[in-house]
Design a protein around this ligand. Structure first.
Ligand code: C2O
Ligand code: CU
Length: 542
């Protein structure tokens, strides 16, 4: 059992892009402190809110077995921690191993309130690869010159798209392409001939990213707290929410090698931050003069093929020490469409296209969080009228989901606080179908409380007869966040063995703000090991 140092959320002056402003930080750090744990550890984290905003913290990728009370999404599993108040999160690392992360799960606070979680193997067990000589978290972030909390508020008021960011960052710095960041650009120091583990986290708000290191091929060995079969590659594509562990051999002539990251933005006509963030891989010892190889070539921002070429190589390690358990008999089939929508504005025209307001939906329900109590508490205490249990298992209307020139009436969506009830131990197959309503784009979908196996994916409309024949049931990757390809689908499988209230949402923050999410309630099973734990005494009130 570990009592970690309290995490204090506070407002701290911070300099980026040559400007100093106050941002929300944890313990005065940006990115926030790294949590180091071993598999099997139970931790207690006291969160003290010294900021002027409501805050919650989420432990992204931690299963929170039977304990949704520590999961964190505001108004889903807890009321936010109000300014001046505390809450202690308690959780165990039961099966996760590798890199996870934590972030605020209230409004847009996660832009700066986030940090790495490193889960080492159980004492007595080892990595399934040669022990690296060193390791370093690489946290990819997104930076606005203005207060992010104002950006989300403004977008919500006008109904338009939120303002684009001003830079991406690597470990808090935009990098040497920004004169004011040159001195402070993140440097990873390496010794020739050594081998390093990079724990890469996409903590960006609104874009998937390509990432690469100049003249250093890398080997992917883990994603989302699970191991994968070693995958050699020149670049990765990582979605917001995902973590990727990669090995790097420092086997090049000593020099300063740039690493770089920039957007993979698959949608046509959708604005995005088209800047590049950099850091430096610096060999120790004498360096040549003039030095510095060029910035690595990254795929172009709209290179969907490059994204797929990387992603399709992901396989679970699936060896004797790391067995997998893909459900083979399915009793619960679900099919959810994911769409970006436009809805009419009530009084003044909105700032979205055609004077309308952006919305987003799953199965044509745009998720609305309850205003003054969380769904978990309402469920546990049987408080009525907070949510409805009728989230549809299939879209209300069948159409050519990925077709061009879809009829205009499809742009609209309904709104609601709907949950999908799942029986304990249900064996679930969930197909997430991207649509071309308004615009086709990749959606990184994250499920709380679970990991899932990505058994299949494809472009176009999912075909329930043909596509399952191509499923990988042998070594599908195990993930907690999956990129649903632009105008395509993914098929996920998991066993609903974790009772509780679990949010699933797009990890593009703007889509989540527009309602691209839903909630599963997994019922209790029989016996104490299959029941949700009772609430802790210090649960915040709304
Ligand atoms: Cu990483 Cu619901 O979030
Ligand atoms: Cu999305």
């Amino acid at each position: 059992m570990q009592f970690l140092r309290p995490l204090q959320v506070e407002s701290t002056p911070y300099t980026r892009l040559c400007k100093t402003k106050n941002i929300l930080t944890v313990n005065g750090q940006f990115p926030g402190p790294t949590l180091y744990v071993n598999k099997g550890d139970e931790v207690f984290v006291k969160a003290q809110n010294q900021a002027q905003y409501n805050i919650t913290l989420h432990w992204h990728g931690v299963k929170q077995e039977r304990n949704p009370w520590s999961d964190g999404p505001e108004y889903i599993t807890q009321c936010p921690i109000q300014p001046g108040k505390n809450y202690t999160y308690r959780f165990e690392f039961t099966v996760e191993e590798g890199t996870l992360w934590w972030h605020a799960h209230s409004d847009w606070a996660r832009a700066t309130v986030h940090g790495a979680i490193i889960v080492y193997p159980n004492p007595g067990t080892a990595y399934p690869f040669t022990m690296p000589d060193g390791e370093v978290p690489i946290i990819l972030g997104e930076w606005w010159e203005t207060n992010v909390m104002d950006i989300s508020r403004d977008a919500n008021q006008t109904g338009g798209a939120p303002k684009l960011s001003d830079a991406y960052t690597i470990n808090g710095q935009p990098g040497f392409l920004y004169p004011c960041s040159q001195q402070e650009t993140f440097k990873m120091l390496v010794s020739p001939g050594r081998r390093y583990l990079l724990r890469i986290i996409n903590a960006v708000m609104n874009e998937e990213l390509f990432f690469s290191v100049s003249q250093h091929p890398i080997i992917l060995v883990g994603t989302d707290g699970s191991y994968v079969k070693p995958l050699p590659t020149d670049y990765i594509m990582i979605t917001p929410g995902q973590t990727m562990d990669v090995l790097l051999e420092a086997n090049q002539p000593p020099n300063l090698y740039p690493m770089a990251s920039r957007a993979y933005s698959s949608a046509i006509g959708v604005g995005f931050d088209n800047t590049t963030t950099t850091a430096i891989l610096q060999y120790d010892g004498p360096l040549p003069h003039p030095s510095s190889p060029p910035i690595p070539t990254l795929p172009s921002y709209n290179d969907t093929q490059a994204s797929i070429n990387f992603t399709k190589g992901l396989r679970s390690l699936a060896d004797d020490q790391h067995p997998i358990n893909v459900p083979l008999q399915i009793d619960t089939h679900l099919f959810f469409t994911i769409s970006v929508n436009l809805v009419n504005c009530t009084d003044n025209p909105c700032k979205g296209p055609f004077g309308k307001r952006f919305a987003a939906s799953m199965n044509n329900v745009s998720f609305v969080a309850p205003p003054s109590i969380d769904i978990l508490r309402a469920y546990f205490y049987g408080i009525r009228g907070i949510y409805d249990q009728d989230f549809p298992s299939y879209p209300p209307e069948t159409f050519n989901y990925t077709g061009d020139d879809l009829p205009e009436n499809l742009l609209a969506t309904g709104f609601g606080t709907k949950v999908k009830m799942l029986e304990y131990n249900a064996s679930v197959e969930l197909v997430l179908q991207g649509t071309n309503v308004l615009v086709g784009i990749d959606h990184p979908v994250h499920l709380h409380g679970y990991s899932f196996y990505v058994v299949g994916w494809g472009f176009g409309n999912f075909d329930p007869t043909k596509d399952p024949l191509g499923y990988n049931l042998v070594d599908p990757p195990e993930e907690t966040t999956v990129g649903v390809p632009k105008n395509g689908w993914v098929a996920l499988r998991f066993r609903a063995d974790n009772p509780g209230v679990w949010l699933m949402h797009c990890h593009l923050e703007r889509h989540q703000s527009w309602g691209m999410g839903m909630v599963f309630i997994v019922k209790n099973g029989v016996g104490p090991g299959a029941q949700m734990l009772p609430p802790p005494p210090d649960l915040p009130n709304c």
